[in-house]
Design a binder for this molecule. Structure first.
Ligand code: ADP
Ligand code: UDP
Length: 237
């Protein structure tokens, strides 16, 4: 597979065209950002860890019947994916209250959410990714009703699969963000699943093992991601 021009440089990944117009290459960089790009740092090994981590999770999800864009890892920091027509929407499921929901609703971090909550956010850094609902999605035409239902169904299916996967490795899946897109009429999970886009706590100590270490200046960010990978059996060699 030949890498061609850059299509897009995001905050953490660069996206390249390839000689196959139905495929893209995602390059996971070491750049780490928080607060809509206000805090940015380079963290050694993060690109490689996240590339291999996301590939591992996408494979697990495929095995469980969640269709994804993932095709294969082609280098330490790069993977080939199907080129999706992305919905400008983020789907967030929360099993435990943390992050923005605590600020928004004035609830304490760590409260179990039973049943888990589901939220949509608009992918728009300038507007700080505002929370939206299904009526906004419909009125502004960001996705049709069938796609909205599919994204919710798949996001909850991911919760079932990954809550168990992490629990088996002594971690709590607190919350996570997914992005979907359309490929030849089908809705597939796109983007990434890494500790950059979810919250993971040690089940006993509740130690944070995700990007909150970076957001909150706790240190040991990549070391925590590597610990998560090691517990799951991700091959980082
Ligand atoms: P951001 O855009 O939030 O800064 P990234 O740095 O991770 O995020 O950039 C990756 C970009 O690639 C995101 O905008 C994401 O929506 C997009 N993307 C991810 N997977 C695919 C795919 N399979 N097809 C097309 N675009 C994708
Ligand atoms: N998230 C993300 N990208 C975003 C916003 C959120 O990956 O642009 C993830 C975040 O890492 C967390 C979950 O989605 O796992 C919920 O995030 P929250 O709404 O609490 O926002 P935060 O306070 O983390 O910005």
């Amino acid at each position: 597979m030949q890498k061609r021009d850059e299509l897009y440089a995001g905050k953490a990944k660069s996206v390249y065209f390839t000689d196959d117009d139905s495929k893209l290459i995602l390059h996971y960089r070491n750049d780490t950002s928080a607060f809509d790009g206000e805090k940015i740092e380079q963290l050694d090994r993060k690109g490689e860890v996240n590339n291999k981590f996301s590939a591992f999770i996408m494979q697990k999800l495929e095995e469980a019947g969640v269709p994804t864009h993932h095709e294969g890892v082609i280098s330490a920091e790069e993977s080939v994916v199907k080129k999706l027509d992305m919905f400008p929407i983020e789907c967030v499921v929360r099993n435990i209250a943390a992050g923005s929901i605590c600020k928004r609703l004035g609830v304490e971090e760590g409260i179990s959410l039973n049943p888990p909550t589901f939220e949509f956010f608009l992918k728009n850094d300038e507007l700080h990714d505002p929370m939206i609902n299904e009526y906004h999605i419909r009125s502004f035409g960001w996705a049709d009703d069938v796609a909205v239902e599919k994204m919710k169904e798949l996001t909850f299916k991911v919760n079932e699969v990954l809550t168990q996967l992490f629990r088996d490795a002594d971690m709590l899946l607190v919350d996570y963000k997914l992005e979907f897109g359309r490929y030849r009429g089908e809705i597939l999970l796109g983007d990434e699943f890494t500790p950059d886009g979810c919250r993971l706590w040690d089940v006993e100590t509740r130690k944070k093992l995700d990007k909150d270490r970076f957001r909150q200046g706790l240190g040991g960010v990549v070391e925590a991601y590597e610990e998560v990978a090691r517990r799951l059996g991700v091959d980082l060699s």
